[in-house]
Design a protein around this ligand. Sequence first.
Ligand SMILES: Cc1cc2nc3c(=O)[nH]c(=O)nc-3n(C[C@H](O)[C@H](O)[C@H](O)COP(=O)(O)OP(=O)(O)OC[C@H]3O[C@@H](n4cnc5c(N)ncnc54)[C@H](O)[C@@H]3O)c2cc1C
Length: 600
Amino acid sequence: MVEWDPPVREYDFLFNEVFDAMGSIEGLGFEDFDSDFLAMLVDGWATHAKEVWLPINELGDKEGLNFQDGKITMPQEFKDAYKRGIDEGWLGTACKPEHGGMGVPTFFQAVPWAEFGTSSCMALSVLPALSIGVYEVLDSHGRQDLIDYFASNLATGEWAGTMCLTEPHAGTDLGIINTRADPQSDGTYKISGTKIFITYGEHDMADNIIHLVLAKVPGGPEGTKGISLFLVPKYMPSEWEGDLEGISNDLKSDHNGVTCSGAEEKMGLHASPTCVMNFDDSTGWLVGPLHGGMPLMFEMMNRERVATGMMGLGLAEIAYQNALAWSLDRRQGRDLKGIRDPNETADNILVHPDVRRMLLEAKVNNEGCRALAAWTGILLDQMHSDDPSVSEPATALVALFTPIIKAHFTDLACETASTCMQVMGGAGYCSEYGVEQFYRDVRISKIWEGTNGIQALDLAGRKITQDFGKNLRHLMWPLSEFIEENRADPEMAEFNKPLHQGARGLQQITLLMIAEGMANPHFLAAGATDYCRYFGNVLLAYMWARMAKICLQKKGDPFYDAKLASARFFFKRIYPETISLAAKIQSGPKPLMDYPVEMF
Ligand SMILES: Cc1cc2nc3c(=O)[nH]c(=O)nc-3n(C[C@H](O)[C@H](O)[C@H](O)COP(=O)(O)OP(=O)(O)OC[C@H]3O[C@@H](n4cnc5c(N)ncnc54)[C@H](O)[C@@H]3O)c2cc1C
């Protein structure tokens, strides 16, 4: 039986004590939203996830979905759980009230919603996550008639969304996609092509599926500059009484030429369909400018990348909780410094330093990531401020943090799920105890939404040099200020000094990457993954130092004392890996690129 206690208290601490979420969103249009409402939401969603989603997670893994004759049938329990989410309004909480959403700040949906949804049932949580992504792109860039028709159903979850980028020959390299969009005299386009690996491309959970499809209009520029974005529904409902331009009576029939010709068998996420989708002269509408599809799709993908980082955290958290529960019961061997429980045949495995190492690495990385996620969630709201002194730094920091959240969180999550399995020994490997499912489910998070290698290249090759280093400056200002403020505080020295060293190291390594990378792009590419991890470590160090500062004022309370102990563990046992990461980056591309191909 899987255990999960949603970390509600953690979010109370982060949103109210570490980041002042309410103060941060003042003037952003959330006047009716206060900390009591937030607490109620976090609590309510935790209860829903635990009571409705968690019980179907294992069933989804075991039963999976059924693909037959182009149709995918989901387990009835999934359909029921999803329907309850719609009925109780839990799916599109951050969507606008006029579209049926709750209109709450983005940080709720992007952070605790995403974490709890994934911990309880990742296979289900990706469905509303995608639908909300489609809703947001449509709401920001779609024509008003498209918004009027599609937005509400996407926001509530009655209709589902997908993103269709990947083709058999084009995964990372989207510039070479073949799907084409032929303009029609009525303003619509006919979309034709095959997409693969499309999450929830076909299913029977919602009445309609709205695909956002990347395609090329013939005659456009080569590569990614010739890609446009189209909205292509599975069904063109017959009750559509011609509100939309381009809908002829012929089209008011059932199908829009969108078919599913296969569903992948995969390592995990058995109840999340991964589909081959065929578009055969399907009617679509342009969203955003012609040939301007990539920036829009990246807008959606950036949100999904933060969501993917949260998926990592969600699964890492539930894996940790189950490994901890197991270790509290399991007795093997004796404490090396003497028997702890003489009345038992063996001591509890928590007496072993190596078991503690594993559990603490999991716990402390999870808590550090959650803090960075909470900050980023608030920045996602602040990006929309009318005040440039708020929106500009928020936009810069979100740009900088997105690849790190995607790559570092999911790298850590996969390590954590594996470590938690290790804590449980053979039981961890057996399905009965759940952790092996989390291990299989979380693995995709390093691959989709752009592989982690590509995230690292985005960070090192683009985000740090963007606008002459503006993103990095917006981080270094508050970071340096924090270090300076705490320099004279002896209690903070154990956190502040290594943070200072790491921040200085980050600046030096960044300069090295830029200088060497200009002369030799292989230098930058060879060091990118280690650089991303280095950067992730410095950000988590900043989070731990900020949390420690608060907890030092409240010593004596077990919650804050535990946080201080975790901060100490982070700085002593996790953070020192920055030294080896720096050495690897400095070694440059030679050990990789001089290795003769024939010797591989
Ligand atoms: C379960 C699942 C669900 C998915 N859902 C969706 C979805 O809903 N919609 C959708 O459109 N796609 C989806 N995908 C596709 C997913 O986003 C791609 O698999 C991913 O982007 C990687 O593309 P690829 O598999 O073609 O790998 P490739 O692009 O072939 O990459 C192979 C390896 O080469 C590396 N590599 C490639 N190019 C470079 C480069 N320029 N520099 C350095 N390294 C490079 C990669 O990092 C990777 O390690 C899904 C995939 C899976 C497995």
